[in-house]
Design a protein around this ligand. Sequence first.
Ligand SMILES: *Cc1c(COP(=O)(O)O)cnc(C)c1O
Length: 402
Amino acid sequence: MNDLLQSLRHELAALDAEGRLRPLAVLEGPQDAEVTIAGRRLVNLSSNNYLGLNTHPRLVEAAVAATRTWGVGSGAVRTIAGTQALHEELERRLAAFKGTEAALTLASGYAANLGVLGAVLDEPDAVVSDQLNHASIIDGIRLTRAHRYRYAHADLDDLEAQLAAARRDGCRRILVVTDGVFSMDGDIARLPGIVERAESAGAAVMVDDAHGSGVLGRAGRGTVDHFDLHGRVLIQVGTLSKAVGVLGGYVAGPLPVRTILVHAARPFLFSTSHPPAVVAACIAALEVMEAEPERQARLWVNARRFRAGLLALGFDCGRSETPITPVIVGEAGRAMALADALRERGVFAQGLGFPTVARDAGRVRTIVTASHTDEQLDRALEAFESAGRALGLLGAAAAAGP
Ligand SMILES: *Cc1c(COP(=O)(O)O)cnc(C)c1O
């Protein structure tokens, strides 16, 4: 036992030597446009709370009311303890939101990916996956026995080649899997092209729209709606933890997909369902997204404004086309130094380096939300300018800027 602990200490020391041991930031209040850390107010560019819903009074009230009516816990897994009507109500609403026949909720977006990939794919099958897909998709693929094909990020020709390989190998079911919006770069999947290539190869498509829902499409219906591809994407995975502002994941699609998941998805079969408070808050969130479209509009105004400000300063924002805006600075050490300098200047944003992103593409990732004010965004841009100059990240081109 002590040997294991000793060995862990060595591992931690090695991580520390590489500068990869970062303490968790402790927030002394809610996740909001500003957060309090160590008694200081900081502009928060780190959360996925796109629409500012996690402190919305209607969600809070719904959670409290549901707790009074339904209790704090759900008892056991749904196949054993039964399912509460509230959970089914949320699933009906999610299906309507996504324009699908049915939906099933799981503990998290992570669990949803593990569950759906494991339930719909087996040894004779194939999964064709974008190289930059989210870790939960990669882990879900690892847990299946399906043949694996990986295509270069957003490369439709490579996708076509991988689909042809899967066909040649005689695979039974073929599923193309992509993030709707890529979480490190903020670019949108080339979904129309992906769907076309998949249809030509007789393959189905699954979109993980964790960062697309609430952000893209009518009232935040997501990437499939944004491209008007209803009926051509078989499976839509989503999270309730980002724009929806609460916690959980779901799989939306045809009824047979839901039924297979109920019988075969291990994260569904072996993990207890959400507390009623979570479910009721999610239902309220979907109502607010319909009732207050100005939140989504404000999110986009803020995102465009903030990215324009960063570009004007001379920062490299990569291929971002959504509110996820990376500031790419090179190796991990520089990204961490920029994040630290921003923190000193009143901004909370994460530095990300290898192995989360490529070695030369370390970055500070920023996510603005609908709740940020112009004043907060201006303050954040000033901090970026000051930190960028202090670290020598802004060249002469930037100094001559607007
Ligand atoms: C965040 C994210 C998830 C995980 O969602 P959780 O609900 O936080 O578990 C899954 N897929 C993608 C693409 C994500 O960005």
